[in-house]
Design a protein around this ligand. Structure first.
Ligand SMILES: [Zn+2]
Length: 245
């Protein structure tokens, strides 16, 4: 029987997708910017309109360094901001929010690219032979080994056929793990999409209602105006008649 590793949580599975999502998001931030920017995700997840001065303080960065990171993230659509003027100091303060849907979208496409890459590697491993110089621990394709007459140009050791089995197994494992991550991100992205759709239809419905009320009001005033004109005409006619007499 397999034992669970101590760091693996078996309970609290409800929190797990979010934790995983956060971990993946952090890896993206590290790739896009640097390690320093990673904690920004913890500061933004599950919150709205986070004061940039607070972020700077927590990250132990200057406000300009902090803004640079946030601007870069916003270039990728990962965060958005609102700004408010500080009446006392006269400058603008930016408040940042993580764009969950955009983040998931970016995650999904990055992971899919990674998967494609691994699947290509696996295909190569299965179809092609590789050679290795055990002295330099350098691996080359069969074509390159052939070009050098199966002798390592660095140390003149004879190349040996590289064992593909282990590589194939580890690639397969990684592919499986990646597919799970993609499934998770996709389902989360679909949930967010549903939320956005709901908001949109809610907005449309509210606007339709407003328009309906407006139209009804307009009709009512039109009616009033018509009534007034009619009654005016009537009184005019009456006056006319009176004058005639
Ligand atoms: Zn060598």
């Amino acid at each position: 029987m397999k034992k669970n590793k101590p760091h693996e949580k078996t309970n609290g599975s409800k929190d797990k997708p979010l934790e995983k999502q956060i971990r993946l998001l952090k890896s993206i931030v590290e790739n896009l910017i640097n390690k320093q920017a990673i904690p920004i995700i913890d500061l933004l997840v599950g919150k709205k309109h986070v004061n940039e001065f607070l972020i700077a303080k927590k990250l132990k960065l200057t406000i300009n360094q902090t803004r640079n990171i946030l601007y870069k993230l916003s270039d990728f659509g990962l965060v958005s901001f609102i700004r408010k003027k500080d009446k006392r100091k006269g400058w603008y303060i930016y408040f940042w929010t993580l764009n969950t849907y955009q983040s998931l979208n970016l995650l999904e496409s990055n992971l899919s690219r990674e998967l494609e890459n691994l699947e290509n590697q696996l295909k190569n491993r299965k179809e092609k032979r590789f050679y290795i110089c055990k002295t330099c621990s350098l691996e080359v394709t069969e074509e390159n080994a052939l070009l050098n007459d199966f002798i390592c140009p660095e140390c003149e050791e004879v190349y040996q056929l590289s064992e593909n089995k282990e590589n194939i197994e580890s690639l397969q494992k990684e592919i499986l793990r990646l597919k799970k991550d993609i499934d998770l991100v996709r389902s989360e992205r679909e949930i967010e999409e549903g939320k956005i759709e709901k908001k949109k239809t809610g907005k449309i419905k509210r606007e339709e209602k407003k328009k309906k009320i407006l139209r009804a009001k307009k009709r009512a005033t039109n009616k009033k105006v018509k009534m007034k004109i009619i009654s005016k005409n009537k009184t005019k006619k009456k006056l006319h008649k009176k004058k005639k007499i």
